[in-house]
Design a protein around this ligand. Sequence first.
Ligand code: C5P
Length: 221
Amino acid sequence: MRTIALDGPSGAGKSTVAKLVAKQLGIHYVDTGAMYRTLGWYLLQEGVCLSDEAAVEDALSSVSATIQFSGGVQRMYIAGQDVTDLLRAQDVGEAASKIAVYPCVRDKLLGLQRELAVRYDVIMDGRDIGTAVLPDAGVKIYLTASVEERARRRYQELCDKGETGFSQEAIQEEIASRDYRDTHRAIAPLRQAEDAVMVDSTQLTVQEVVDRICTLAGGKV
Ligand code: C5P
């Protein structure tokens, strides 16, 4: 199967870019962050204390997250509910990042992620795709941008959606603490795989990043 692993910190533009690359190459886009967010959403809903690993493990033991592709778009389900449109909220992202440090959470999603890459040609984005989930991926990209630029983009995105009440400084702090958690956790921390190509999007347009990845993928996937 053809696989592109796309890793990088929060707000680097992975999902925007991955959707366009998938379209251009005619492959599936798999968003692994949405899987962590699905579990995070469920735990928030159930009122589980996220800092209590045993409680998180217990709550997740009897529930499974499933994934479907509808018209090429990934939809996430948990406990029989389609939660796809509920996952982008700020608190859900925070919850996902907090529980992503637990082995029980990562193990639960690893099989699902690998199974998708066996079944489909994919561009899969996340934090540990090139290093842990798909170490044999045909192409590995590490997409990053400065923390200031990532905060600026996220702030603009919220303003465009009419969401107020967030300052760019607060968003930058939140991104920085998420970066810290993602890069310092014991299991599958965020880091560039040795054989990954680094793309810094700080000064690049979305299309320039897409073209760069498609060129790197040319002939290899
Ligand atoms: O990419 P996204 O912001 O949707 O991911 C939400 C959180 O899930 C991240 O902050 C990260 O902590 C976690 N995550 C992860 N490994 C992945 C994808 C996401 O730990 N492969």
